[in-house]
Design a protein around this ligand. Structure first.
Ligand SMILES: [Zn+2]
Length: 281
């Protein structure tokens, strides 16, 4: 059976993450020193070491300030896709605001790489039927934001979803969902991010192997700030949010390399996978 592993990185800085939002409203972002460039380059170097290619969902706000970073990611052979402009949850914006946010990010990215941007990932996976329609109307071909984990209320929902396989949504946009494993009535997200930092590597590896065997593909997501162990520590946000944000940062890079070296095949960008392997684009 053919197996494909896709890698994706959401390019945003540490202070833009929802868990720290109480301390960093968007109006405060301009005053922050950017750290994302260094850690994105660390990820690019690690990918080069394994000759892996990935999809980078870049926040428009970051792309506007660091166009040369976006150009570099692209020139090093990776796919550039959109993470929206302002990292506000779609569930907290009006339809007009969602359209503006998504269209603005697409045009910023396309002006840098001079190529169509066809992929989107919603901030905190806050996808919805309405967001899918906006994507379709505005020239996107795929979304990768559906994470079937009901315990996180920020995550969005889609009707009648096959949560383990990419499929063509009724909007016409292809959905490439984030992997979850189901045991009895429990769902374990094995898609990356904080779950990857939290679950001990030997167990995570077993779960990924199981998922790959059952589904023939696996999609992982991570962020540059998750390998930034020296980022400022914000004590004013609630303990639970701090735990989710800061847990495991200092060993995440090594764990990531362990994961990379465990993959049975080289990784590919999501757009290429949907086109080449599944003929969906
Ligand atoms: Zn994000």
């Amino acid at each position: 059976m053919k197996r494909t592993v896709c890698l994706s990185f959401d390019v945003e800085d540490w202070f833009q993450v929802e868990n720290l939002r109480a301390a960093f409203p968007i109006s405060s972002w301009n005053a922050q020193k950017l750290r994302v460039e260094t850690h994105t380059r660390d990820l690019l170097d690690l990918l080069d070491k394994y000759q892996f290619k990935a999809t980078f969902f870049v926040l428009g706000w970051i792309a506007e300030r660091l166009p040369e970073l976006v150009a570099e990611i692209y020139s090093r052979g990776h796919e550039i896709a959109s993470h929206g402009y302002s990292h506000q949850l779609n569930s907290k914006m009006s339809k007009e605001e969602i359209v503006q946010d998504i269209v603005k990010s697409k045009s910023i990215l396309e002006n840098i790489i001079h190529k169509d941007v066809i992929g989107y990932r919603a901030p905190c996976f806050s996808v919805s039927e309405g967001v899918m329609d906006v994507l379709h109307t505005n020239g996107f071909k795929y979304d990768s934001s559906f994470l079937q984990f009901k315990r996180n209320s920020r995550y969005g929902k889609l009707e009648s979803v096959d949560c383990n396989n990419p499929f063509i949504h009724k909007s016409g946009v292809v959905e490439c969902p984030l992997p979850v494993l189901s045991f009895a009535k429990n769902t374990i997200p094995i898609s990356g991010g904080g779950y990857f930092r939290l679950i001990p590597f030997p167990l995570f590896h077993i779960l990924v192997e199981k998922y790959l065997r059952e589904n023939g593909f696996y999609l992982f997501y991570f962020h540059p700030w998750e390998i930034d162990a020296n980022q400022p520590y914000i004590r004013t946000v609630k303990w639970g949010l701090r735990f989710r944000h800061y847990y495991g940062l200092s060993w995440a890079y090594n764990k990531l390399e362990q994961l990379f070296s465990s993959f049975p095949v080289p990784t590919k960008p999501i757009g290429l996978f949907l086109r080449e392997d599944l003929d969906l684009l």
